[in-house]
Ligand binder design. Sequence first.
Ligand code: PMP
Length: 372
Amino acid sequence: MKRSYLDYNATAPLKPEARQAVLAAMDRAGNPSSVHQDGQAARAILSRARRQAAALAGRPESEVIFTSGATEANNLAISGFAPPAEPKRILASAVEHPSVLEVSDSIEPIPVRASGDVDPEALERRLHDRDSRRTLVSVMAVNNETGVIQPIEELADIAHDAGALFHSDCVQAAPHLELAPLAAVSDIITLSAHKLGGPRGVGALIAKEHVVFTPVQRGGGQERRVRSGTEALEAVAGFGAVCAAQPTYAARGPALLAMRDRMETEVRRIAPNSLIVGADAPRAPHTANIALPGASAETQVMALDLAGVSVSAGSACSSGKIAASHVLTAMGFDAETAGSAIRVSLGWATEEADIDRFLDAYEKMVHRLSRT
Ligand code: PMP
């Protein structure tokens, strides 16, 4: 049976450009920190990838810190951020990825509206009740569960006016939004290669020169002395290649939006009691979060899987533990509705036939569920 992969927010299939770059780097001996010619050749691969990642973000190469992925990058941003004076304070939106929210017990949540976007006034109130020069504000550009786009420019301005620094997890924004304006207004952004169609296990922080970090991982002093350890050259090369290829793939945005909107219109026809989470806020074109009250997300994911369609329940990062999503809970959904939400996410290789296969499977599933 031909399958349709509609779980890009968990991971995107590998793009051919990335595969080629990974394979080429694998055949190259040498540690990028060694001075001999083999080392220099390895360093050239690293430098190229750094240039490619920097170019996608419209930032200088010196700001790129390669990590083992966005989880490590977010941990480094939150744990490693070293303000001019202690105690430091971290404010993060209530809908951040767990790799931000779970880093410290003392993170103060910024609430979101029912539509899923951060209320700028709520951030302003929290910042102005204290001296903010020790504060880092962390708000993701696009939510991984709902696709909701946060007003990053406005929130970064508010943080900066109060003297705070601003971090944005741009993992889900990078495949669909222009990254440079987001990187320009943020002090630190987080990226992950595998959401762009690159290899798993590599990501980056792009941090402006004025941001001071205490290293979380110490050793040989690689990556601006902030993240020691020999760089994963194969993975980094693949990451660079997808960054360079991204502008071409981004041109598919309007086609993805049309497919996503067609899918949602059909879903509402098939199941009039379904609801599209986050539909009242601006959303990136690749994500549909569909709640079907009365049917558990787990049952739906399994039924769709058997019909050849891969989607996830809430956030795939927390799959295995089917608990109500913290994102939907923060938006005010009750546990039953939140527990009935599935996430269908599209990307660079999605075609109309994938949407047709999903809709066919969804319709059969809804009819079966209505008979039980
Ligand atoms: N942030 C967001 C918004 C994500 O969607 C993910 C992946 N689910 C991560 C961080 C973690 O990325 P990685 O898999 O590279 O650790």
